[in-house]
Ligand binder design. Sequence first.
Ligand SMILES: NC(=O)c1ccc[n+]([C@@H]2O[C@H](COP(=O)([O-])OP(=O)(O)OC[C@H]3O[C@@H](n4cnc5c(N)ncnc54)[C@H](O)[C@@H]3O)[C@@H](O)[C@H]2O)c1
Length: 276
Amino acid sequence: MKPLQIHELNSIYDMLSLKGKVAFVTGGAGGIGRSCAAGLAEAGADVVLMDIPVKEDVLRANCEAIEKRYGSKTMYVMGDVSKEEDVIRMIDETVQQMGRLDIVFANAGVGGRDDNPGQIEAAEWRKVIDIDLTGVFLVDRTAANVMKKLGNGGSIINTASMSGHIINKGSRADMSKHMAAYAAAKAGVIQFTKSMGVSYVEDNIRCNSISPGMILSGLHDNMDMEALEAFVADSVPMNRFASLNEIMGIVVFLASDLSSYATGSDFVIDGGVTIW
Ligand SMILES: NC(=O)c1ccc[n+]([C@@H]2O[C@H](COP(=O)([O-])OP(=O)(O)OC[C@H]3O[C@@H](n4cnc5c(N)ncnc54)[C@H](O)[C@@H]3O)[C@@H](O)[C@H]2O)c1
C-alpha cells in the first residue's frame, strides 16, 4: 500500500456529509442535545430527538425548528434512558419510522447535587449513576446491537465531561462542593466508551466520547451562578463559558467519515481547564 498523493485525497466536505443517515439524540430537549441535533441535520442527517415526557413541548418545537431551518426529516420519542424497556422501545420506534440507524448521540444527563462523598445520600448517588452512566450503557448497547443487525456500521458518541477527568473544584470558601456522583458517572462513561469501541469494532461501529467543560446550555439554570462564574474566572484559562456553537463541531466530526479511524477515544472541549 502506498500513501495517498494530494490529487487522490477525498474532499473533507464529502467526508463530513451525513446525507441519507439517521441520528438518534438523547437529551434532545436540552441545550447540547438541540444544538448538536441541529449540527447533524445541517450536515444532512435526519434526526430523532429523545427526552423525558415532561419535555414534549420542547421536543416538538425543536423538531419543527430543525425541519424548518435544514429541511431534514425529524421525529421525537419520549422515555427514560435509565429504563431498559424505554430504551428498547424508543430505538425500535426510530428504526420502524426512519428505516435505519447510523448515528447515536447518548447525551442525556443530570448534574446532581454538589455533595461530596461524606454528604451525598445513597438515593441521590443512585439517581445520578442510573441516568448518567447506566443510561449511556443501555442506549449504547441497545443501539449497537440494532446497528449490527442492520449491517451498515455506525457511530456512537457519548457525552462524558471534564468532570470525568478532574474533580470539580468548589469555591475557596467551600472546597467541599464537588459533585462526587457526577464525576464518578462521567469517568465511567469515558472508560465504558473504550469497552464499546473494542466490542463492536468488527461490525464497523465506532464509539467515542466528548468531555465538555463549562457550556452555557441550560444545565446550570438552577445552580449558584455566582459560584459558577467564580469557578470560570479561577479555573478556565479561556476565562469564559462556551456557547452551544462551540460543541456541535466535535459531534458532527465524530458522526462523520472524517473521524473514521477514531474509536474508544475521548475528546475534551473545556477552554483549557484540564491543562492543569
Ligand atoms: N453544559 C455543560 O457545561 C456540560 C458540561 C459537561 C457535560 N455536560 C453533559 O452534557 C449533557 C447534556 O447536558 P446539557 O448541558 O445540554 O444540559 P440540559 O439540562 O440542557 O440537557 C440535559 C437533558 O437531558 C434530559 N434528561 C435528564 N434525565 C433524563 C432521562 N432520565 N432520560 C432522558 N433524558 C433525560 C433532560 O430533560 C435535559 O433535556 C449531559 O450529559 C451533561 O452532563 C454538560
